[in-house]
Ligand binder design. Structure first.
Ligand code: PXG
Length: 287
């Protein structure tokens, strides 16, 4: 039976309930992380905890534990659920308040850690993307670096992708530069050069940073630079990166074939190296 960490206690899944007055629910006022465990190890735990605290700090939400304690609670939640390969969802909301918007009525953040086993799967055929008409939230309105409980911007893009028979939505930023997908960062390859946009208008993806390191280690040229839709339409290869998706090849964007319409060679080489890394590094769940 799955045990959930909820506000200091471990409770059974069926008992893990929060108030209808929680501002995470009423206003999307809170932050989260999605983390993966592979082969009894939690991948990039420190990086995820650091980002959680950065997201929380950006919205002036004080998490009532040290980073170290939080990391230990995540490990304990995995251990209690006998995790080998799994998905960990961490949520910290503003907590229980009243029906008013004011976050100052919320006395204590709600802290949730869910650790679920997952079957590993991989899509070997590649994804079809459309450019969504919804622009990525600009940093002038809300920093896309906050992994917040309000994903409506991303969800609207995902709905449009579904309506247009695509797997994922590609977002442009407010200036028309390519930003990211609904839950993944984006990369393209042209004549051996691997490019991804800077992170002012998208999430500072942990997989993105890992892929930049892997690419350099493999000897590929990498570049962090703004680019526009025609660059990616004419790329040799395109791929998405994210904790859930890992490295996902893209074979079509806006009905245009990318390269030869098959997952790219460089993409697959990086994917292979990523697999090796996730299965050989990370914080051990068991002693
Ligand atoms: N952009 C956005 C908007 C994201 O939400 C990424 C990029 C990739 O970041 P990481 O650090 O994961 O490489 C994300 C990550 C889920 C889920 O359950 C979503 C994410 C991560 C894990 C699970 O949909 N988003």
């Amino acid at each position: 039976m799955t045990e959930i960490y909820l506000n200091g206690d471990f409770v059974l899944e069926s008992e893990a309930k929060i108030s209808v007055y929680d501002h995470g629910l009423l206003y999307g006022d809170g932050v989260f992380e999605g983390i993966r465990a592979y082969s009894k190890r939690i991948f990039k735990l420190k990086e995820h905890v650091d980002r959680l605290y950065e997201s929380a700090n950006t919205i002036s939400l004080n998490i009532p534990m040290s980073k170290d304690e939080f990391a230990k609670k995540i490990v304990e939640t995995c251990r209690r659920n006998n995790m080998v390969d799994g998905y960990i969802r961490v949520v910290v909301s503003r907590g229980v308040g009243d029906l008013g918007l004011s976050p100052f009525r919320c006395k204590k953040p709600t802290v949730i850690i869910i650790a679920k086993s997952i079957k590993l799967y991989s899509n070997e055929n590649g994804l079809k993307l459309i450019t969504t008409s919804v622009r990525r939230n600009p940093p002038q309105c809300l920093s896309p670096n906050i992994k917040s409980l309000n994903y409506l911007n991303n969800i609207l893009g995902r709905i449009e992708a579904h309506q247009r028979n695509a797997d994922e939505a590609l977002f442009l930023d407010i200036d028309g530069y390519v930003s990211e997908a609904s839950a993944d960062n984006v990369f393209y390859v042209k004549e051996g050069l691997i490019t991804t946009p800077p992170t002012a208008t998208n999430l500072k993806g942990i997989t993105r940073a890992t892929v930049l390191e892997i690419a350099k280690k493999l000897g590929y040229d990498t570049r962090v630079s703004h680019f526009i839709l025609s660059d990616i339409h004419n790329a040799d290869e395109v791929f998405l990166t994210g904790t859930a998706a890992e490295i996902e090849p893209v074979v079509e964007i806006d009905s245009k074939k990318i390269g030869d319409g098959k997952p790219g060679k460089i993409t697959m080489r990086i994917k292979e190296e990523y697999k090796k890394l996730v299965n050989s590094t990370g914080t051990p769940i068991y002693d």
